[in-house]
Design a protein around this ligand. Structure first.
Ligand code: PLP
Length: 319
């Protein structure tokens, strides 16, 4: 091996963070590729998956040609009718918004290694031993890529590391200028993750992930979440039980105030739509349609405090 470089210019200097929750995981280049790795190594005879899901998780299914069947979720985001899985089959469930922790554990007890738990929206929830668990860090912290996988055998050959050099402009741009100005760069960074070969996580993403304080991140997210819930919970059609919430991604608000999404965005409070593509799935249910159209994922992350939450509450209640 060549000697490592000594001297010369500095790179971005990142400190050492605390309580990184995924030290024991396989570090890959996206969550969908973590899923791809499971499908390639297990080759299940069939996969059950929710019709309420983002399209990127369909990519590993078409790449491997694994037969699949959609199931529906109910208004509590739980599987409406539990399928019986054979030993060669697998079932994917999403710990939606990081507010289905206890239910995910119950599913793991029932399905064991037949379950693939998608914790892409629950980066701070611990993995469940005996069940493959997938994580996607960039939905929680400022990285451009990366996926983590617990509970699955590593690839038989050493994976080449991916590079984040061409997909991180929006991270710097958001600090220097604004989210709106660098939104096109964010979009092209996201698009660059499509159909990417399975690789190990880039050294850059690893270094950023290792530099953060996860206890603090979890604390702030939960504090903001419960603050919003105290003010908006009575209008939220989604039942939120405290033991189900663990390091949530957003506050999922399922209200009935028409035009609220536009009002929030007009007030520079950015809310995503999970997931527009669900509306073109012929197997979608009426619950899927309502969740896609009506559920507003309100920001509660570690960048924000009580004054920001007050601005969100005010905007919601004024609509
Ligand atoms: C629930 C869920 N699982 C998995 C993924 C895929 O994650 P990644 O983009 O890291 O492949 C996404 C969205 O991108 C998602 O919303």
């Amino acid at each position: 091996m060549a000697n490592h470089e000594i001297g010369g210019y500095f790179g971005l200097e990142l400190g050492r963070g605390r309580d990184y929750p995924h030290a024991g995981a396989l570090h890959l280049n996206s969550a969908r590729n973590a899923f791809l790795h499971i499908l390639e190594s297990v080759r299940p005879s069939r996969l059950y998956l929710p019709s309420y899901l983002c399209k990127s998780m369909m990519e590993p299914l078409s790449r491997t040609g694994i037969p699949h069947e959609f199931y529906h979720i109910d208004e509590r985001l739980e599987i409406a009718s539990l399928p019986d899985t054979g030993s060669s089959e697998r079932i994917l469930y999403v710990n939606y918004f990081g507010v289905k922790a206890q239910y995910s554990t119950r599913l793991a007890q029932r399905y064991g290694q037949s379950l693939v738990l998608d914790n892409s929206q629950a980066f701070l929830a611990a993995n469940t031993p005996g069940t493959a668990c997938i994580y996607s860090p960039r939905k929680f912290v400022g990285v451009a890529d990366g996926g983590l996988l617990h509970g699955s055998a590593p690839p038989t050959e050493r994976l080449e590391p991916d590079s984040s050099v061409d997909s991180t402009r929006h991270l710097i741009g958001r600090l220097d200028a604004s989210a709106a100005q660098f939104y096109p760069d964010y979009r092209s960074s996201e698009e660059s993750l499509a159909n990417r070969p399975l690789r190990a996580m880039s050294a850059f993403t690893r270094a950023v992930l290792r530099s953060l304080d996860y206890e603090q991140i979890k604390l702030v997210r939960e504090r903001n979440f419960w603050y919003l819930h105290a003010h908006l919970g009575s209008e939220n059609r989604l039942e939120i039980a405290p033991p189900e919430v663990c390091g949530p991604m957003v506050y999922p608000f399922w209200g009935s105030r028409p035009g609220l999404r536009d009002r929030l965005i007009g007030n520079r409070i950015y809310v995503a739509r999970y997931w527009a593509e669900v509306l073109s799935n012929p197997r979608r249910s009426s619950v899927d349609e309502r969740l896609t159209n009506e559920l507003l994922p309100l920001p509660i992350d570690q960048r924000y405090g009580t004054r920001d939450m007050d601005r969100i509450i005010e905007t919601v209640l004024r609509a």
